[in-house]
Design a protein around this ligand. Structure first.
Ligand SMILES: [Zn+2]
Length: 177
């Protein structure tokens, strides 16, 4: 599952028609090779394309994939609020969590077997929506909007649940009772 997500973020731009391809040169790795020092900024710089000097979500530090997904203040707030809605806020990334893959491993190991699959789906959807939200800020001039990305991610979770993703149904069940 993690491999799948990393491939989404790091796919070859020549094979990718959407915006996701612009992370391409950032990393072609899989498994546990970290993406800490690579990211969209480097990819755009290498291509000579316009790029934000700082993370478009917090405007505080240079952007990397790990920063975007887990250590950005915006992302941390996003994960906390998203998980809080499911009573899982204790699993939200803290100040010491700087590597997305490590945080995900830790989260996955701390939940019960009954909701682990759903929790992994939650991380995938959350990361995917953070990525898309960042793209909207970079390419469409959107302003970082926590409520918007939370709403989108919760809707996605419901849609995946309705579509039959049983892991998500189990994850959502405690929150809806
Ligand atoms: Zn940031």
């Amino acid at each position: 599952m993690k491999l799948f997500l990393l491939e989404l973020f790091t796919s070859d731009p020549g094979k990718e028609s959407g915006r996701a391809g612009h992370l391409a040169s950032a990393n072609s790795s899989c498994g546990r090779q970290h993406t800490k020092n690579v990211g969209q900024l480097n990819a755009l710089q290498k291509k000579g394309l316009p790029h934000p000097a700082l993370c478009p979500l917090c405007d505080q530090v240079e952007e990397t994939l790990d920063h975007l997904l887990v250590s950005c203040v915006f992302s941390r707030q996003f994960w906390f609020n998203l998980l809080q809605g499911l009573g899982l806020q204790a699993l939200a990334p803290g100040l010491d969590d700087e590597i997305f893959d490590d945080w995900w491993d830790n989260l996955s190991s701390r939940v019960s077997c009954q909701i682990r699959k759903g929790a992994n789906y939650l991380v995938i959807l959350g990361a995917w929506n953070l990525w898309n939200h960042q793209n909207m800020c970079v390419f469409d001039g959107a302003v970082p909007d926590l409520n918007s990305i939370l709403s989108t991610t919760r809707e996605d979770l419901q849609l995946w649940s309705v579509a039959g993703a049983k892991g998500i149904s189990s994850l959502l069940a405690p929150a809806t009772t």
